[in-house]
Structures are given as C-alpha cells and as structure tokens.
Design a protein around this ligand. Structure first.
Ligand code: NAP
Length: 286
C-alpha cells in the first residue's frame, strides 16, 4: 500500500483519486472547496487535509490536478504549498495541463524529489472509466516509480522526454484536436442543413476514413445540441493559449489552431465557457 496525497478534486481529479483508493492505496485528499473533499471521503474512505502541505507531508506520492499555471503555483509553491512539505525521495506527479516552463520550474524546485509532468487525455469519461492516456516528462527513474501508481487510471502511459516533455506532448494533442472538432462542427451543420439524418450519416461515415474519436463520441450529441459535459471551453482556450505561446517561442506558425482558438472565443461570448469543446457547433446553431 502506498501513501498518496491527491490535490484537486475537480471533474478529473475526483474520479482519478477514487481509482487510487479503489486500488488499495491510502489516499489523503485536499480540495480548495472543502465540501468536495468531504463528499470524496464519504464515497471512497481515506481522509482529507486542510492544506496541500498537510496532505503532502509524509506521503510517498503527491499528485496535483488543478486548473492552470497560477493555480498550480499556489498549491505547490505558495503558502501551505505541497512541495516544501514533501519527504525526501518522494514522487511528485502533476496532471494539470500547464506550460512546459512551470513543469521545468517544479522539476528543479528541489533536488531530492522524483518529479513528473503528466498531463492526461481521455476527458471526464476516461477519468471515470480509468482509461486515461498519460504523457510524462521527467527522468526514467521517476517514470518507473510512477507507472504502478498511474496504472490505477491509465490505459496508456509514455515517457516523452525530460521535464516539460509531457506538457509539450499534450500541446501536440490539443493542436491535433482543434482542427478536427471544427471540421466535425462544419460537417454536422452541413448534414442537418441538407436534411440528412445525422445519426445514420455518422454511423456510416464513421466506419470509413472520416472516423475519429470526436466523431464516435461527439457527433450524435452535437446534432442534439448537448454540450453540458466533458472538457470545458475555458480549459481549451487555456490550452490553446499555452500552445500558441510555445509555437511563437519555437518560431512555428499554427494558422488553423489560432483560428479555432478565436472560434472558441465566440462560444465563450455565447455563454459557453463551461460547455464541452464540441460546442463549436453553436457558432452555426446557437
Ligand atoms: P475543474 O473541474 O475545474 O477542477 C479544477 C480543480 O482545481 C478543482 O478541484 C478546483 O478546486 C482546483 N483549483 C483550481 N484553482 C485552485 C487554486 N488556486 N487553489 C486550489 N485549488 C484550485 O477542472 P478539470 O476539468 O478537472 O481539469 C483539471 C485539469 O485537467 C485542467 O488543467 C484541465 O485542462 C485538465 N484536463 C481536463 C480534462 C477534462 O476533460 N475535464 C481533460 C484533460 C485535461 P475547487 O473545487 O475549489 O474549485
């Protein structure tokens, strides 16, 4: 049994921490809004702590899954942050999608910890089902210690390179998704405008070369105008902001990604900040 601290019980963190408890680990949770931590303990057992530092003290493994760079800085390096409280040689894994620069900063913050940046893909459904993809940056030693822990909720893990490489890989993932979702939104809009039965259309073409995870999982819900689940538009804009910053630094242009980022700005203006990323269709069908 490993002693684990999990910080951030949001859409993703709540079920991920749950899988760790179900796998038999001793889990202590921290959540800024204490009611969520109390609900988690009522559901899974374990215990909750009043601060990230209290959760992290004495743990073999500390995990975070919060919102953005500022949030991560607060729970790790801020007053009552987790990092200073961790015992020597413990493992720190961050599942938040953040910049590669903060990932490198956290990896260098202490010389006596194993550290991995480990953003995930697979969405809320993947977290609940324990079938996430985890992209890691760090040392081979840290990755080897992490793998049996991540197995509780990962269907695929990979060590992509040194600190920051997990976040850079997640950026590649988001670039690849952005254009696909916009293409699917245009396809759904066209199918409906043409008077076709969307369910039949995507059932048939989903068996051909146009198939994608987005088509399999989102075409039907988009056609019905259902967006209240999954990966929030606000988080996608945060991710695309990280991508565009990194691309500028690398001297790479991302014209379609930049355009889709602006389209998500339109969806935010329509009130869709917490709606799923497939809500790009709302630009055509508000
Ligand atoms: P979420 O539901 O909004 O949860 C965010 C969590 O972070 C909450 O527990 C929140 O606490 C906590 N938090 C935020 N700011 C904090 C701060 N300053 N101090 C302490 N705690 C703070 O977000 P999510 O959907 O789980 O996503 C979490 C991360 O995973 C994000 O980086 C997101 O981009 C990434 N991600 C999400 C998905 C997805 O499908 N949802 C998929 C892949 C990656 P409160 O409860 O107090 O608000």
């Amino acid at each position: 049994m490993t002693s684990i601290a999990f910080i951030g019980l949001g859409v993703m963190g709540y079920p991920m921490a749950g899988h760790l408890a179900r796998a038999g680990h001793a889990v202590t949770v921290f959540n800024r809004t204490a009611a969520k931590a109390e609900a988690w303990v009522a559901e899974y057992g374990g215990q909750s702590a009043a601060t990230p530092a209290l959760a992290a003290a004495g743990a073999d493994v500390v995990l975070t899954c919060v919102g953005n760079d500022d949030d991560l800085r607060q729970v790790t390096l801020g007053p009552d942050g987790a990092l200073a409280a961790m015992q020597r040689h413990a493992l720190y894994i961050d599942h938040t999608t953040v910049s590669a620069s903060i990932a490198r900063e956290l990896a260098a913050a202490r010389g006596d910890l194993h550290v991995l940046d480990a953003p995930v893909s697979g969405g809320q459904a993947g977290a609940v089902a324990g079938k996430l993809t985890v992209m890691c940056g760090g040392t081979a030693e840290a990755f080897a210690v992490a793998e049996p822990v991540l197995a509780a909720y990962a269907k695929r893990t990979g060590l992509m390179g040194p600190a920051g490489a997990g976040q850079l890989t997640k950026m590649v993932n988001q670039i690849a998704i952005a254009g696909v979702v916009e293409g699917l939104a245009e396809a759904v809009n066209f199918a409906l405008a043409a008077g076709l039965d969307a369910a039949s259309v995507f059932d048939v073409i989903g068996a051909g070369a146009a198939q994608s995870w987005q088509m399999d999982n989102r075409a039907g819900t988009m056609a019905r105008g259902e967006y209240d689940f999954g990966f929030a538009v606000d988080w996608m804009r945060k991710d695309l902001g990280l991508v565009l910053d990194e691309a500028r630094r690398a001297g790479v242009t991302l014209p379609v990604t930049a355009l889709v980022d602006q389209f998500y700005g339109d969806v935010q203006a329509l009130g869709g900040r917490r709606q799923d990323t497939s809500s790009l269709l709302r630009r055509f069908r508000p």
